[in-house]
Design a protein. Structure first.
Length: 219
């Protein structure tokens, strides 16, 4: 079996920061802004493993919502989503969270509900963003077609009235301007919609994925 290449990062401990934890990033050396203790799973291609000092590191500390409605920490969310996007869209994903400090009560159900609720909200927001993008595309297409038609019509009128050099330059400019107006709807319908749609599918999958919370002693 080929050896794994693992990058280890140690975070210093200060009075205002959580205790130092070890971050091991396998398979991917360019992960940005990892939460302390995050590690991607290798035992199975559809596992995402995160190692934390305590469960609070998983959530946004500034969010005053009840536990099950809290937003995930931005770095934690980006780490989970970036790894989920590495897998096929229909591939199942399991999230495993290893805790150094185990609370008095088993946190698995609460954490699972909180993670599912977070990604369900993200999926809903993504769906709204997709609908807005499609509406913008329709509006842009309508404006672009009207402007293109006006430019082509004006160009034809100039062709009939004045065959001179300056009239020809103006006709070409109107034609170019008309097609430039079609750039935005073409960009939306050719390039912009499918990354939004794909990310929404990832959010929807993560809102249903199995979540396991495991004490470090069992890791």
């Amino acid at each position: 079996m080929a050896p794994k290449h693992t990058k280890e990062t140690h975070f210093p401990h200060t009075a205002d920061s959580p205790p130092p934890v070890e971050v091991k990033v396998a398979r991917r050396s360019l992960l940005r802004r990892l939460i302390p203790g995050a590690v991607a799973g290798h035992r199975h291609p559809h596992e995402i493993n995160i190692k934390l000092h305590d469960v609070n590191q998983l959530f946004n500390s500034m969010d005053p919502s009840p536990f099950v409605d809290k937003d995930l920490d931005d770095d934690a969310e980006e780490f989970i989503v970036s790894w989920a996007q590495e897998f096929a869209p229909d591939a199942p994903v399991t999230l495993r969270i290893y805790l150094d400090q185990w609370p008095d009560e088993d946190p698995e159900e609460l954490v699972k509900d909180a993670v599912h609720n977070h990604f369900a909200r993200r999926a809903n927001l993504n769906h709204l963003a997709f609908r807005r993008l499609m509406k913008q595309g329709r509006d842009s297409l309508f404006v672009g077609l009207v402007f293109l038609s006006a430019c082509l019509f004006a160009s034809q009128m100039l062709l009939r009235s004045d065959p001179g050099t300056w009239a020809n330059v103006l006709r070409q400019s109107l034609t170019i301007a008309g097609w430039v107006a079609m750039w935005r709807p073409m960009e939306i319908y050719l390039y912009e919609w499918w990354p939004v749609r794909r990310r929404g599918r990832v959010f929807a999958k993560l809102s249903r994925m199995p979540v396991e919370v495991i004490p470090k002693t069992r890791a």
